[in-house]
Design a protein around this ligand. Structure first.
Ligand SMILES: [Zn+2]
Ligand SMILES: [Zn+2]
Length: 300
């Protein structure tokens, strides 16, 4: 599981920071969080593949998080996508895309499902993972997201399996799934003999744009990695509050209160030619913090 910060700027693009987009690569599939206008170029510059896109999550309808979406959806038609695609986002997203389709600026030839979020909770679930959403504290309706992998099977002890004479094949798969098997010679092997204890799932939370608020803490509780906006430094605390944003120290406080393991700061205002000052302010509150650059990769 790897995270790619494709666009880490706030409001408008600069030479060094494109507007918001973050991709999560999970077992070969790609989940995109926000679609700033340079998202296609940044995807081309990354090792991620168009065809692996599984779902897109738009936090809110401000342009710096949204203007890349129609172009990206159109390109997926040009590269002959046939698989369905789900796009989640606030109320208004359907209308936004409907107008693009109606005036024919956008053409889509694969099954596209747009899901407008109206309440917090579970929005996507498979056998392997769940995606939750919760409201954030911005100046327009805004949703944060948490991707939570379900507990994973324990590690298979290959040398022990060999010593017990368990053949390569379906028996091993049964054991990994936690079931006992009977070998051709009649011996019964319990899964616990060759498979370690199940491992906790990995998790990631995406929280922008927002003031610090209880909903962030609830959504991100205990995740391995939280991506949180840090638009301003402490000297602009009042602006952050007024415009529904966070300072770097606010983001760090949210990370501490949620009990997350690591924090990545993004959505950096173009006024900071040296954003290291933001990193220092955050570190005073929560040491396990990094400041994202465009196209940076974070293993989870
Ligand atoms: Zn923004
Ligand atoms: Zn915004």
């Amino acid at each position: 599981m790897r995270l790619f910060t494709l666009g880490t700027g706030a409001g408008r693009p600069t030479l060094h920071r494109h507007t918001s987009a973050t991709a999560l690569e999970y077992e070969g599939e790609v989940f995109l969080f926000d679609c700033g206008e340079s998202v296609q170029l940044q995807l081309v510059r990354s090792p991620l593949k168009w065809g692996k896109m599984r779902a897109i999550f738009v936090g809110h309808l401000h342009g710096d998080h949204l203007f890349g979406l129609p172009g990206l959806l159109g390109t997926l038609s040009l590269v002959d996508r046939k698989e369905p695609l789900q796009v989640f986002g606030p109320v208004g997203l359907k209308e936004y895309l409907r107008v693009h389709l109606e005036i024919k600026s956008l053409w889509i030839n694969y099954p596209l499902e747009v899901i407008e979020i109206e309440k917090p909770g579970l929005i996507l679930e498979t056998e392997r993972y769940q995606v939750f959403t919760g409201p954030l504290g911005h100046i327009i309706p805004c949703w944060g997201y948490a991707f939570r992998e379900k507990p994973r099977p324990g590690v298979f002890n290959d040398s022990k399996a060999r010593a017990l004479g368990i053949p390569e094949g379906p028996e091993r798969m049964e054991l990994v799934q936690g079931r006992s098997v009977t070998l051709p010679d009649g011996r019964l092997i319990q899964a616990s003999e060759v498979v370690g204890p199940s491992r906790p799932g990995r998790s990631f939370a995406y929280c922008l744009d927002t003031r610090p608020c209880e909903e962030v803490v609830a959504l991100a509780r205990g995740v391995d990695l939280m991506v949180h906006e840090a638009t301003f430094g402490r000297e602009l605390q009042a602006d952050a509050q007024q415009w529904g944003h966070s300072t770097a120290a606010d983001a760090a406080r949210m990370a501490r209160e949620s009990g997350v393991k690591r924090l990545v700061l993004t959505h950096i205002s173009q006024r900071y030619s040296d954003p290291q000052v933001l990193l220092h302010e955050a570190k005073e509150v929560f040491p396990e913090v990094e400041l994202a650059e465009d196209l940076q990769v974070f293993p989870v």
